[in-house]
Structure formats: structure tokens, C-alpha cells
Design a protein around this ligand. Structure first.
Ligand code: SAM
Length: 354
């Protein structure tokens, strides 16, 4: 089978990116013993395929299969590629001749490979999961890009990158995100890696807007598909869930070099006519700041940006058609590991990490 030709990617429009992503997935699949066309393509419409595994025995990190799910979440991957291309183009317009990049949480290595194909000179691809990193190295080598992309195994919230002490990177790509900014270390990574970045270095994705609504769903009929039941899952998995679109924005977070980990604090009022057993959190991502804007609207991708359903410990009872929701948590907070962080008292729902 013919491998993707990376040489002409720069000329390809983002509309063609879907076929690029499919071919990249075809090229990666044998590394994990899969046939993309026979085993994966037919499964992409099955929502159980998209259920996250996480990396066991570690605070952060995802499984090899989760990294693969990211790659084959075609709309997500192509939107981020579009944002990367616009950003690299604008760095060039600003006169940058030599571009260094960090790809934090490289997963399969897809964005490192894409940046190398766009002519980025040196890319540091960081990955916590040793096995995922090993596969990324093989995948990168298969495209002949080992001299441009350095895979570093370790925790991007802590690691040193000595090569960047005197020559900081010009762009950071980090997709360690999930709906509500829960459970993944995006901002811990940005905060830590800022010391290896130019002050003005763009960080992608650039913005996240969070909205909340409430609903009632049949949690007792969720198909757990052999996974451990959790109180926070993609809303589409809860049968008969209501009120998807009834969201009120409660936070907007920008990614900037030097930022600290944001704390999400807000009190909002949402409409509810009947008792609610579920908090519904949707997230909008803007990928890039400069050039044509690429974004992920809620529920437009499969693995990232699905509305999160969070099971309330007891029903919230509206007063005069309203419920109050109080948020006070640090980005990266894991509700699944701290179910007591969620309480309901009459018409007041509180999500608080301490
Ligand atoms: C959501 S995936 C994204 C993969 C790839 N960048 C993409 O967008 O297709 C995030 C990856 O980051 C890794 N990761 C999570 N926390 C990390 C950390 N603290 N340091 C380095 N890698 C991390 C995960 O193991 C996973 O492979």
C-alpha cells in the first residue's frame, strides 16, 4: 500500500486534510496490529469505539488506543491541522526563518509529523505513556523524520528540555483537553512549558468556552460496554437525555505563554422546568488566534468536545423554573476520581474541588 506523500502537504487545502488523516491512520494502524479500512472505518459510527480508557496507575496520561482515537477523530484532527498551518504561516509572515515547536502529549505523533511536513525545523514531541512514545518514534521513523522530531518520554508538567534553554520554541501544540477542561493537564503543561517558549509563542488550541445546562437521563440504562461505570461520560451515552442546547456560558479560558493554571469560578442560573439528574457541560474550542479561524463547536467531533454528562448524586429541584449552579474547580480537576466534589441541595448544584 502506498504511504502518504508528506512532501506536498503544504499545498493541500484543509478540505483535503480528511484524506491526509485517513492515510496517516492507515499508515499507523499496522503498528498496533489493526487494519484501518477493515477494522476501524466500519467502527467509527459506533459510539462505544470513542469511550476514553485513560492510562492506569498514573495521575495523567491516556492509553495507546486513546491516542489512536484522537488521530481518527477526523474533524478534530483536521481542524487542529488547519489552525497549525495558519499559525505557522503567520510566524513566517512575521519574519521567522527558523521555527522550533513543542508538541506536548504527542500521542501518535500526528501533529509533529504534520509540522515537519510544513517545514518546521525542529520539533520536540513529548509523551508520558512510554508505549505510545515508542510507537510514535517508529511512526516518525517510517516517514524518515527522525532528524527533525525528537520524541521525549516523560511528564510534560515537569520535564526539562535542555535544548530549549538558550533557543526557546516558537509554538506549542498541546491537545490535552476534554469537555469542561476536566481530567487532563492542558494548563499544568502550558504553565510548566512556558519557560521553554518565546514570550509571544502561540499556543494551540487557543481558547475554550464552557457552557452548562441540566437534563434528565436514564443512567440505569447506560451501556457500560465492559468499562467501569463513571459519573462523568459523554452525554450521548445516556439514554433519553434532554436539554442539550440549553447552555449558559460560565467560563472562557485563553491559552497564553506564562499563564498559571486557571481556576473556574462562577455562579450561574440555568432554566429547568422539571427535576434534573444530570449536569451537561459543553465546550467550544477555538484552535488558532491568527489567520483563518479553525474551531471545534460542541459535539462536532467524536472524541473531543462531546457534551459531558455528569450524574448528580440526587435530583435538583427547580424553583420558579430555575436551578443555580456554582463552580469552583481548577482546570484539570478529575470528577471521576472525586465524586464527592458534586453536591445538590434543593435548587443549588455545587461543583467544588476543595
Ligand atoms: C488527547 S491525546 C492527543 C494526542 C495527539 N497530540 C493528538 O492530538 O492526536 C493526549 C496525549 O498526551 C499524553 N499526555 C497526557 N498527559 C501528559 C503529560 N503530563 N505529559 C506528557 N504527555 C501527556 C497522553 O498519554 C496522550 O497520548
Amino acid at each position: 500500500m502506498e504511504r502518504i506523500n508528506l512532501a506536498n502537504i503544504n499545498e493541500k487545502s484543509v478540505r483535503e486534510a480528511k484524506s491526509i488523516v485517513y492515510q496517516m491512520a492507515r499508515d499507523y494502524s499496522p503498528l498496533i496490529g489493526l487494519d484501518f479500512d477493515k477494522q476501524i472505518l466500519p467502527d467509527l459510527a459506533n459510539f462505544n469505539f470513542w469511550e476514553v480508557d485513560y492510562l492506569t496507575g498514573s495521575e495523567w496520561g491516556l492509553s495507546i488506543m486513546d491516542a489512536y482515537r484522537c488521530l481518527v477523530d477526523v474533524h478534530r484532527t483536521t481542524q487542529i491541522m488547519g489552525g497549525i498551518k495558519e499559525t505557522i504561516d503567520s510566524l513566517r509572515v512575521q519574519g521567522k526563518k527558523e521555527i522550533y515547536a513543542i508538541d506536548a502529549g504527542t500521542g501518535t505523533g500526528v501533529f509533529s509529523i504534520y509540522m515537519a511536513a510544513l517545514g518546521v525545523d525542529k520539533i520536540f514531541a513529548l509523551e508520558l505513556n512510554e508505549k505510545t512514545a515508542e510507537l510514535a518514534e517508529k511512526y516518525i521513523a517510517s516517514y524518515g523524520l527522525t532528524d527533525k522530531i525528537k520524541v521525549i518520554v516523560g511528564d510534560a508538567t515537569k520535564m526539562d528540555i535542555p535544548e530549549l534553554h538558550t533557543r526557546p520554541a516558537d509554538i506549542l501544540v498541546s491537545e490535552n483537553l476534554s469537555g469542561g477542561l476536566f481530567a487532563e493537564p492542558q494548563f499544568q503543561i502550558i504553565n510548566h512549558l512556558s519557560k521553554f517558549l518565546n514570550l509571544e509563542a502561540p499556543i494551540l488550541p487557543f481558547k475554550a468556552n464552557l457552557s452548562v445546562g441540566v437534563g434528565y437521563g436514564y443512567w440505569d440504562k447506560v451501556d457500560w460496554n465492559n468499562k467501569t461505570p463513571r459519573i462523568e461520560i459523554a452525554a450521548r451515552r445516556v439514554p433519553n437525555i434532554t436539554d442539550y442546547l440549553n447552555g449558559v456560558e460560565f467560563a472562557s479560558v485563553l491559552s497564553e505563554s506564562g499563564m498559571s493554571v486557571p481556576r473556574i469560578t462562577n455562579d450561574v442560573t440555568v432554566n429547568a422546568e422539571t427535576p434534573a439528574n444530570t449536569l451537561l457541560i459543553s465546550t467550544f474550542f477555538q484552535i488558532n488566534k491568527t489567520g483563518i479561524k479553525y474551531e471545534l463547536t460542541p459535539n462536532s467531533a467524536e472524541f473531543l468536545g462531546k457534551t459531558s454528562a455528569i450524574k448528580l448524586p440526587n435530583n435538583a429541584i427547580p424553583q420558579n423554573g430555575k436551578l443555580n449552579v456554582k463552580f469552583n474547580y481548577e482546570a484539570g480537576f478529575s470528577i471521576k476520581n472525586n465524586p464527592d466534589s458534586l453536591t445538590v441541595n434543593g435548587n443549588l448544584i455545587t461543583l467544588k474541588d476543595r
